[in-house]
Write a protein that binds this ligand. Structure first.
Ligand code: IDP
Ligand code: MG
Length: 144
């Protein structure tokens, strides 16, 4: 990644791929001006997902979350903006709160879902936490 850029990792979960929401979600980040760095539609292994959700390994819903994310293809992407424009923070605002009940209309979770276990899009929650998922999901030469 260029030194003057900040990246964020965003994904679209299996039932939202099946619901045909990929275009609606991507459009919001395109319109907002987040540059595309990498994107892929892939069915990921449970081992990969256990790594992705390692910080939640002690939570009661961890296994159900891994099984669900493994149940069909997901779309994963990395997007970026100039440093100082806070794409990680802005991305989280665009996504809404983890629980859709708390998400305002016009956010992705506010507009497209009602249930925390089916909440459409995970997204990086801090600049420090971005590198790990980016490296797990995409090789260096898959990020442009
Ligand atoms: P985030 O996706 O908003 O960053 P995290 O706390 O990282 O939220 O949780 C990861 C995923 O775990 C959420 O997207 C959601 O699907 C699921 N999750 C979080 N909290 C709960 C819960 O209380 N019950 C069921 N699933 C949950
Ligand atoms: Mg999270």
């Amino acid at each position: 990644m260029a030194a003057n850029k900040e990246c964020t990792f965003i994904a679209i979960k299996p039932d939202d791929v099946q619901r045909g929401l990929i275009g609606d979600i991507i459009k919001r980040f395109e319109q907002k001006g987040f540059q595309l760095v990498a994107m892929e539609c892939q069915q990921v292994s449970k081992e990969h997902l256990q790594q992705h959700y390692i910080d939640l390994k002690d939570r009661s819903f961890h296994n159900a979350l891994v099984d669900y994310m493994n149940s069909g293809p997901v779309v994963a992407m990395v997007r970026q903006g100039l440093k100082g424009l806070n794409v990680v923070k802005t991305g989280r605002i665009m996504l809404g709160e983890t629980n859709p009940v708390d998400s305002k209309p016009s956010t992705i979770k506010g507009d497209f879902c009602i249930q925390v276990g089916r909440n459409i899009c995970p997204g990086s929650d801090s600049v420090e936490s971005v590198e790990k998922p980016n490296a797990l999901w995409f090789k260096d030469d898959e990020q442009v």
